[in-house]
Design a protein around this ligand. Structure first.
Ligand code: ZN
Length: 479
């Protein structure tokens, strides 16, 4: 295994990653704000953190990973009030949609998937701790964080605080660097809006205190890794640092790891430009979850990802190549031994794959290692030089590859069906198709070609295409 390095936003450097406790990683990921369906920009970050998570596990590390659902913030409060719904009622639909979207994208569930509204007492306690240490002041029923009291404020996002007036406040959860001010930890209730009755008065938490309180509750005062989109570095993560370190006096996070923005066809994604996509929008257009996962994972997380429909088609083809290869390994008939020396070649592929991921999660290098190997192995198979030992070494490599990338299993149709998508009339599940294929093979063996053609046609009518290969095996795919 190569030494793992991660880029740390806090230091601005790519550093060797060494967890605080040997063999264990404490990691926190800011989850979605469940006021709408999460979009592909959000999922770029979630797929990145899943790749990181899976790779850490592949390295034998035990994960303690927390992801929250922000189910209370300005937008949720306002939308729920407008819809005359309680906030649980309002957010539940989007929370369930998020879980389903993650499942479709093979994003592993973290060890703790938690909701902000289940942790109000923890937030109140943290605000009380900060109040005791005079980091806070009250104004009109709200409680603010006094950033002048925390001289290190700005160390993550490197903002210049000169010229900021002491006591100037900002009430919004989200704001730009130019309006860096004392921010709200606790917000006074507004008429018609949801609030909690607590020891620090009636009201609701600010967005930033949620993550500080939840992260420290489950992971302790110092975390190994905190991930999120780069747009969260300021103010959200800056404020998390101010709150947590203000209260504990200890470093909050050792490695801040941020994913870059996603563009769509070279432009910023926005509803007004008409280039705004949720996963469901793309499934509706006929794209597969595996292709989306691949497209989002294929660009290293610190590079801007330009999401294009051409790229999505390429991703579809790449996934197809991987699956075809897996199929060849499974169904092919190989001579004994390792005539082409692919046992060693597979070892090198794995080493290159690991080197790519160890280098600040360079997924592009890791994928190149896999596809170089596939190309060479396919050539060896075509020329009959590929042996059974080569095949098992290749299968072992592919399994390691898929522990991280998770795109090889053929289950898109089932996933789409679960989400309510799928070609009309295509009621065939993978196992039914396999059964029909076996029946067709049997018919061919007894030279009953009428029966074999009939089955082929039945499958074609359901959108299943068959490919007969020279070695007698048959592969299928959905149109
Ligand atoms: Zn957060």
């Amino acid at each position: 295994m190569h030494e793992l390095k991660l880029h740390n936003t806090l230091t601005g450097k790519t550093e060797p990653f060494v967890p605080l406790a040997a063999g264990e990683v404490k990691m926190y990921t800011c989850g979605p704000t469940v006021y709408d369906y999460a979009h592909i920009g959000n999922f770029r970050t979630f797929v990145f953190q899943d790749i990181l998570r899976r790779y850490l596990k592949q390295r034998g590390l035990k994960l303690h990973h927390v992801m929250n659902l922000t189910d209370v913030d300005d937008r949720i409060i306002a939308n729920a009030a407008a819809a005359h719904l309680g906030i649980r009622e309002y957010t539940e639909k989007f929370a369930q949609a998020f879980f389903a979207d993650c499942k479709a994208l093979n994003i592993q569930a973290p060890e703790h998937w938690i909701r902000a509204t289940d942790h109000i007492p923890d937030m109140v306690k943290l605000i009380e701790d900060l109040r005791e240490k005079s980091f806070t002041y009250d104004s009109e029923g709200s409680i603010y964080y006094r950033i002048a009291k925390f001289p290190e404020y700005g160390k993550l996002s490197k903002i210049d605080l000169t010229g900021i007036q002491a006591g100037a406040r900002v009430d919004n959860d989200r704001y730009e660097k130019e309006s860096a001010r004392d921010f709200a930890l606790w917000k006074a209730p507004k008429p018609g809006e949801h609030f909690w009755e607590t020891d620090i008065g009636p009201g609701r938490p600010g967005w930033h205190i949620e993550c500080s309180a939840m992260a420290m509750k489950y992971l302790g005062e110092t975390l190994d890794i905190h991930t999120g989109g780069i747009d969260l570095a300021f103010p959200h993560h800056e404020n998390e640092i101010a709150q947590s370190e203000g209260a504990t006096g200890k470093p909050f996070v050792r490695y801040w790891v941020h994913a870059e923005h996603l563009l769509v066809e070279g432009e910023k994604m926005s509803k007004s430009l008409g280039n705004f996509y949720t996963m469901r929008d793309l499934y509706g257009k006929g794209y597969k979850p595996s292709a989306l996962r691949y497209a989002l994972a294929s660009v290293p997380y610190r590079r801007q990802l330009n999401f294009t429909f051409d790229g999505l088609t390429q991703a579809t083809n790449s996934v197809e190549r991987l699956r075809t290869f897996a199929d060849r390994l499974k169904q092919g008939k190989f001579p004994p031994g390792s005539p082409a020396g692919f046992k060693e070649r597979a070892g090198k592929a794995l080493d290159d794959f690991d080197a790519g991921l160890a280098d600040d999660l360079n997924t592009a290098v890791a994928l190149a290692a896999a596809f170089d190997f596939l190309r060479e192995a396919n050539i060896a198979m075509d020329s009959g030089r590929f042996g059974s030992e080569d095949a098992s070494a290749a299968a072992e490599f592919l399994a390691k590859f898929d522990e991280v990338f998770a795109v090889v299993a053929v289950n898109d149709a089932e996933k789409l069906k679960e989400l309510g998508y799928g070609p009309a009339g295509d009621g065939l599940g993978d196992s039914e198709i396999d059964a029909m294929l076996a029946e067709r093979q049997a018919a061919r063996q007894r030279r009953d070609f009428a029966k074999s053609d009939e089955i082929r046609k039945k499958l074609a009518d359901s959108g299943i295409i068959l490919e007969d290969s020279k070695d007698g095996s048959v592969r299928w795919k959905r149109k």
